[in-house]
Design a protein around this ligand. Sequence first.
Ligand SMILES: [Zn+2]
Ligand SMILES: [Zn+2]
Length: 371
Amino acid sequence: MVHGLEEETGRRDLRFLTLLTWTEVLPVYQLQKTTRAWCPGCFQDWRDHGQPIYDPLVRTLAPVTVCARHRRPLLTICPSPECRRPSPWLGSRSRPGHCARCGGWLGSPGTESGTQEEKLVMEDAVRSHAWIFDALGELIAAAPGIPKRPQRDDVLSGIEAAFRLAALRKITIYRGSWTRYLGLASGTVLMWRQGRTLPSLWCLLVVCSQIGISPLQLVRGEIDEDDWAAAATKAAADIRLERPPIQHTPIDPVAIRLALEAVRASNELPPPSIRLVADRLGQTYANLHHYFPEHCRSIASRHRSYQEAQGARTRTRLRERVRDAAIALTQHGLYPSASRIADLLSDRNVMRSRTARAAWREVLGELGWQR
Ligand SMILES: [Zn+2]
Ligand SMILES: [Zn+2]
């Protein structure tokens, strides 16, 4: 699509409005949010100052959940009480700054609201997200200046270099323990090194923040090891001296906690399960549970209540469909039999559900049909 649009418009830079530069090195899985996320303060400011209103590319990235400028969480649900729906990033009715569903304006003045405590929590979130913004912003900003698209091999050599660097910086000195330190699922790192999978953006952030390099450096395979050559000799000597770490070294990597907090702060729909979150971070489920029980509990409970509410919504919708079908059939002088309702709803199995049968019996009585 992008190439076609570039051809038609004669512009060669439209690809930089997308993540096309990074397709070979960033797995699509869990890379971007599935629905649009925006800051109402940014939209409002841009409109007030007559500036172009747009959706910054960095905000499509899943780990970005806060606007650092306005110290507000990004929104994903239309605030209009009659709407309350998420928008696609690009839909046939999309308009910059407006809800793609109801067309309402999504900007609002950046008024300070919330309790003192909520503000403190937000301050904290903004501070801890600063690194994520900068690192991902750098990645996006670098794209136009890169002569050729980074390839799989670049990121693989980046990972190898990161491992050596990690060893030199004494994050670990034993093969495998670095993995344990980050709490990465066993096999995950091996798969990367063998080139069988590539780290998700979330994993990349975890690894980079731990080693102290930027994701841009890692995906371009540009890790300068010269500065560390001197340290190598000393580290090599240390390797022989130190004992292997204990199996269950407590992990408390900042990035994992940040990622969990980002998940908690986001209003991602549907709320992810802990297993999905563990998968995103390349962590084991058990490890996350062991070291971040509070985070896990709140993420899990939000997932559960959403699932339950979703179930209730599905049942309500089903009830309404059965009722509507029965009423329509009656209006046409037909007895609303189970098979007629199923035909009308084009769903052969619809009347097998207990909810549907209950709704059917109820509406039969209301419509005065004797059974
Ligand atoms: Zn903003
Ligand atoms: Zn709306």
